[in-house]
Design a protein around this ligand. Structure first.
Ligand code: SF4
Length: 391
């Protein structure tokens, strides 16, 4: 497992952070380096029972089958049943041998995360899943559909250690990193439950957690999902969102996968960003945007700069001009997200007039600007709301 500790980040500034504006909660200390994943009880830890099917590459499944006396080509048949025909019951996999049908559930586990709760938006365009993992940890995932197709938003950690002050997940703290099979399992659970048909669906790592703080398991899951024998999700249909872990951004650029990269910026000065995104006291805007530019140049992908608009905090003319100046430094597009309120937190969404004014300041000076009015706000499924108590 790779962790933040593999590379040595710069020292955390000794000076106390700037005082937040009156009435706002103060950002906590920058998060510590990501911990090793918590060992899991049961089959997925390797202590007992078979490994999860969803955490295996095709070649690993072939090895497992061969070790139990079955032909290697059976792996492709099983992958086809599960990922393409959506059948998980070995007895129904018609072209397998009788012996393999009988034995398969002792070779791999097809169990998915359990569904603890499902909430459907009034317009039936967003579904929020609360999923229970094998150790009882809960995560949330969201399926959305629009004219542009289906987008699945997945979690990479239970909770999050980054502590962004406006984010519901950030208030939970980090519970643990997810394993690759738990990430793939979320997607399978959502595809099964919604029944939405879109072979070109998009996948965004914008649910609970900081994906690059769980680098090895997230990359393993992406490669499993990308494999032509599995769900075959093209790298260009996958977006990883990060709050700015510079060494991991640099590493991701060299994985040979042109994934979409989104940087959660939320402020255009280090002083202001340090108040709402504690990690900024470890990696400055300058270092993050340099890494992002390197990513764009290496992969040929424009980087998305995500900017959550918080009323009275980061929505002034100076903020817009500062954001435009950062965006001009690299091939990028800006995605403005009017804040989605979280019960118990004091932050407010700017009204539509303020959002439009911010766009007017920004758009003539920046390469590309879009406003994302998040789906799923009514069911606590919008950006920044995952992990929130029901309103
Ligand atoms: S915004 Fe993202 S990185 Fe920040 S606390 Fe929330 S989930 Fe973690």
């Amino acid at each position: 497992m790779e962790t933040l500790g593999e590379t040595t980040p710069g020292p955390i500034p000794a000076d106390p952070p700037p005082a937040p504006a009156p009435g706002r909660p103060e950002a906590s200390e920058p998060p510590p380096d990501a911990p090793e994943p918590t060992p899991l009880p049961g089959p997925r830890s390797g202590q007992a029972g078979p490994p999860s099917f969803y955490g295996l590459f095709p070649a690993e499944l072939e090895d497992l089958l061969e070790a139990r006396g079955h032909e290697r080509f059976r792996a492709r048949q099983i992958l086809d049943w599960v990922y393409h025909k959506r059948i998980r019951e070995p007895a129904l996999m018609a072209n397998l041998s009788r012996a393999l049908k009988d034995e398969l559930s002792t070779i791999v586990s097809f169990d998915l995360p359990e569904t603890a709760e499902i909430r459907v938006s009034p317009g039936n365009d967003a579904v929020k899943f609360v999923l229970r993992l094998i150790d009882g940890s809960r995560i949330e995932s969201v399926a959305m559909r629009s004219r542009r197709g289906v987008t699945l938003c997945v979690s990479s950690q239970a909770g999050c250690g980054m502590g962004c002050v406006f984010c519901a997940t950030g208030q939970m703290g980090l519970v643990r990193n997810l394993r690759a099979e738990e990430i793939v399992g979320q997607i399978e659970r959502m595809l099964d439950a919604t029944g939405w048909q879109d072979p070109g669906f998009h996948l965004v790592f914008m649910g609970m957690g900081e994906p690059l703080a769980n680098y090895a398991q997230v990359l393993r899951a992406i490669r499993i999902l990308h494999d032509p024998a599995g769900l075959s999700i093209g790298a260009r249909r996958i977006t990883v969102s990060t709050v700015g872990l510079v060494p991991q951004i640099e590493k991701l650029a060299r994985e040979g996968l042109p994934l979409g990269l989104a940087i959660s910026l939320h402020a255009s000065t280090d002083e202001k960003r340090g108040q709402i995104v504690p990690l900024n006291r470890r990696y400055s805007l300058d270092s993050i945007l340099n890494a992002a530019r390197d990513y764009a140049e290496t992969t040929g992908r424009r980087v998305t700069l995500e900017y959550t608009l918080l009323s009275g905090v980061n929505d002034t003319r100076e903020d817009a001009y500062g954001l435009a100046a950062w965006a001009r430094r690299l091939p990028s597009k800006i995605n403005l997200i009017p804040y989605n309120p979280v019960p118990g937190l004091p932050w407010k969404r700017p009204d539509e007039e303020s959002v439009n004014r911010f766009v007017e300041w920004l758009a003539p000076r920046a390469p590309s600007v879009t406003v994302r009015w998040s789906q799923g706000g009514e069911i606590g499924a919008a950006c920044g709301q995952l992990g929130a108590r029901p309103s």
